[in-house]
Design a protein around this ligand. Sequence first.
Ligand code: SAM
Length: 191
Amino acid sequence: MGTGSSGSAARRSRPDGPRVHVLRVGHRAGRDPRLTTHLALVARAFGAERMYLHPPDPQIAAGLAGVVERWGGPFEVVPAPSWRAVLAGAGAPVVHLTMYGEPLARLLPRLRRAPQLLLVVGGAKVPAALYGAATYNVAVGSQPHSEVAALAVTLRELRGLPGSRPFPGARQRIVPQARGKKVRLVGRSPT
Ligand code: SAM
């Protein structure tokens, strides 16, 4: 799927489930920065390696690059002037998350066997052509909710729950606490 797979990306890909890239369509620069940032944060934290952003928004990409610098990767936000070009170059099944699709539970066994997947999430409006262009249209429940929730639940099913280990290349990590906050530079033992 596309370019940019690193050794650490390959190590993270299996046995934790398929390698996943995400495509966010329908981003509205100036109106959706927080929601689209949350999508990218969820994609990274739950094991995706890349989020294509259509239309592109350099501010979102820069913000996530800062997160990766501090908290590790691999993860990148890639500008996508054309969502059709991302689908054409995916080299992997295209899984469009939509409330109108087939139930996730029904498709999970097939999705888990794929080496790679492109998960597509929409925004306020979804191009009608996407439903026909996708390999699968998949619903996380047949009720309207949110692209962030749909992505988190699907990634959790495909790749499991993220643990508390720091990601490769992290400069800092969280030391889980029953109360309070503890953040340590990577390589230093907690005190
Ligand atoms: N009317 C839109 C549609 O065609 O799905 C719903 C827009 S919703 C505010 C934004 C995005 O959230 C959708 O494009 C989809 O990716 C995701 N989404 C919302 N509910 C979902 C569900 N039940 N299952 C899967 N994805 C969902």
